[in-house]
Design a protein. Structure first.
Length: 356
């Protein structure tokens, strides 16, 4: 018999499988994503979305929290019979209604369901791409599609042909590889929305080393403007220069070195400052507020890449000193992608001149 234990997150308590974190767990649960789930609760409160589809529910960790803490009406689905049995126990344990629980493959559920949801969560073990296209049909007008990708190695550039096969873009294995990766993910989902004539606009995003997460706002407007924000990022491994472009492919850097190019990918803003400000009102947690503060600052600098102190110094100064110097001349912020990184409207030559 599988062994289970009880864990507590936020305001909910639930049963999960004991054992090493892997997709072989009878009922999947990853305790390291508690912070991510807390952010989703705050996001839902801030955006006032009430009808939720937890498409790949497993133990129900996220859906339970959205139901209990954000007062959402949640529909749960999972392919595993064992997961559904445990999920029903978890609903009873938290005194939540044991209904709207389905035991189907994700795409079969999406194909047979006739309801619309104003928040759909896709959080698989691996790539979300297989579930996005059909999920778009179930998003209500002005609804939210929240997507997680845990297959970060292809998106980061370790397996570039796998990335191309899944996401239709070439990644960049470099210091800015994680930002390139999440922008490739955004591009792929924006393209799928475009096939339904729906704009899927990124309004909140974040990255750790093992997962990427993007919240998209659905809209029936501005599709052409959204698609015009798809292009390429170019990077020089020698002088560390980087810049973006549309569908043009410069081969060499101004220093003479061959450029590395990534894309096509989304070059627009990954955050909506107003959404972040509303999220800040929904919590008193210092860790979350600190994180949201960094994202708020990043959201105000609409540049699709960042720099690190090691791009300009052999002996690196403190990041605060670098930001203070640049801040006298150009908008600049920390970035959540790197503790020694900064985002700024200054170009490479301007930064180098200031820091020299």
């Amino acid at each position: 018999m599988p062994k289970f234990e009880t864990v507590t997150e936020g305001k909910v308590k639930f049963y999960v499988s004991k054992g090493k974190i892997s997709k072989k767990l009878p009922v999947f649960y990853n305790p390291a994503k508690e912070f991510d789930r807390a952010l989703s609760v705050i996001f839902l409160k801030a955006t006032k979305k009430k009808t939720v589809l937890d498409l790949l529910a497993a133990s129900g960790a996220r859906g339970l929290r959205l139901a209990k803490e954000a007062k959402a009406k949640v529909t749960y689905n999972d392919i595993s019979k064992e997961a559904i049995a445990v999920l029903k126990k978890n609903l009873k344990l938290n005194k939540l209604p044991v209904k709207n629980v389905f035991n189907m493959t994700a795409n079969n559920f999406l194909g047979q369901c006739h309801d619309k949801f104003d928040f759909i969560d896709i959080d698989p073990f691996g790539s979300p791409i297989l579930y996005v296209f059909n999920s778009i049909k179930r998003i209500d007008k002005n609804g939210i599609l929240a997507v997680t990708a845990t297959d970060t190695a292809p998106l980061f550039g370790v397996f570039k042909w796998t990335c191309f096969r899944k996401y239709g873009a070439f990644p960049l294995h470099s210091p800015i590889g994680h930002e390139v990766g999440i922008r490739i993910l955004a591009k792929s989902i924006i393209e799928m929305g475009a096939k339904w004539n729906i704009s899927l606009i990124p309004i909140f995003s974040h990255v750790t080393q093992y997962y990427y997460r993007i919240y998209f706002q659905a809209s029936r407007a501005h599709l052409q403007k959204l698609l015009e924000k798809i292009g390429f990022i170019h990077y020089c491994s020698k002088c560390k220069k980087r810049f973006s472009s549309g569908f043009t492919f410069p081969e060499k850097c101004s220093c003479g070195n061959k450029l590395q190019s990534a894309g096509p990918l989304y070059l627009g803003n990954l955050w909506d400052t107003k959404v972040i400000n509303e999220m800040q009102k929904q919590t008193n947690d210092e860790k979350i507020l600190g994180f949201l503060g960094i994202l708020e600052a990043e959201s105000k600098i609409d540049v699709p890449y960042y720099y690190e102190t090691e791009d300009f110094f052999k002996i690196e100064p403190k990041i605060e000193e670098v930001i203070a110097k640049i801040g006298k001349h150009f908008p600049v912020s920390h970035t959540h992608f790197s503790q020694k990184g900064f985002r700024t409207t200054a170009n490479f030559e301007e930064i180098r001149k200031i820091l020299s």
